[in-house]
Design a binder for this molecule. Structure first.
Ligand SMILES: [Zn+2]
Length: 327
């Protein structure tokens, strides 16, 4: 069977090494600290100190462009089945919603699109390509998937299978790189080359990858936690019930805050000299408790391990907390 590369990166053309790779933790994540539209990234492990790309929200809407082979019968259903596979991963709470069709292209426009094209950086032996739009802190704000319209696509189980390839590319859109796992049976969907309809179903390696991302970067809308789980910071708070806290975790820190009413929230991190390093939240948030992971990313690279200060500003007032940044 002819094999075509599915890729998120030119890196994908390399044959991964196999030494020391076991079933456990063979998955890899996409690391890219740049900003803007990206189709490449380093392959890193779950505990990589420099982190990896991730969404800050768990609810992600996708649209299908029906141009070219995107308009074939069954394609929309196949795309939705691919989304369902990732939605079923637990405890990772990401929900990919099918929002209908679009004319959107492979461009940065705020719309997550699945489309067929013959360019978009994916031609010749490339079967499909995912582009991620990144902002500071390796946060994904948009993803687009381009399938090579020069290949022949179908939804009936023959090559090339829409659902299998979209499942793979959606994995990239969530921050997952190609697995290191090399075997001929029960291949993870994030295997680097196309292997037929078996790629439709996620394997434990794929699910572990998404759960790893969730554990490191719990998305805001899924991070409501009991306030009893948060210890007040020794600096206390000046706000009314904001309760800003911070605790270390592998590779960074987790900041928590509670809002008695929804509204505009700004959460910033400063060094001990008072220089602003990062804005973690600048958005309208709902009432309740929130947790935000900070991996140490700043506008000038990753901050060194140590202590920093966070300040939250809302209509209710301001609060500060000491932020321990762990390796
Ligand atoms: Zn790929």
């Amino acid at each position: 069977m002819k094999k075509m590369m599915i890729r998120v990166a030119t890196l994908a053309l390399a044959v991964p090494g196999t030494l020391g790779v076991t079933d456990a933790l063979a998955f890899r994540l996409i690391q890219n600290t740049g900003s803007g539209r990206m189709t490449s990234g380093a392959r890193v492990t779950c505990d990589d100190p420099a982190g990896y790309v991730h969404w800050n929200t768990s609810s992600l809407s996708w649209r299908l462009n029906p141009a070219g082979q995107g308009g074939k019968a069954g394609v929309a259903a196949a795309v939705q089945s691919a989304m369902t596979s990732w939605n079923n991963v637990s405890p990772a709470p990401y929900t990919l919603n099918y929002a209908g069709t679009t004319n959107a292209g492979f461009v940065t426009d705020g719309i997550n699109s699945v489309l067929w094209g013959t360019g978009n950086g994916c031609s010749g032996s490339c079967l499909a390509l995912t582009a991620l739009v990144l902002v500071s802190g390796q946060v994904i704000t948009e993803a687009d998937i381009s399938l090579n319209d020069a290949a022949s696509w179908n939804t009936g189980g023959s090559d090339y299978d829409v659902q299998a390839v979209v499942t793979h590319e959606l994995g990239h859109s969530l921050g997952i790189h190609h697995t290191e796992l090399q075997r001929s049976r029960n291949r993870p969907s994030m295997y680097a080359t196309y292997f037929g309809v078996a790629g439709r179903s996620l394997e434990s390696d794929d699910m572990d990858a998404l759960n790893c991302i969730y554990g490191r970067y719990p998305p805001r809308s899924a991070s409501l936690i009991a306030s009893t789980a948060m210890e007040p910071d020794s600096r206390g708070t000046q706000g009314l019930g904001l309760g800003l806290t911070a605790r270390p975790r592998t590779g960074g820190s987790v900041l928590g805050f509670g809002l008695s009413t929804g509204g505009r929230v700004k959460l910033e991190v400063f060094d001990v000299a008072g220089r602003k390093l990062a804005t973690l939240v600048d958005a309208v948030e709902t009432a309740g408790n929130h947790e935000i992971a900070w991996d140490g990313a700043t506008t000038q690279g990753r901050a060194a391990s140590g202590f920093y200060f966070a300040r939250i500003t809302t209509a209710e007032g301001r609060a500060t907390a000491t932020v321990p940044l762990a390796e």
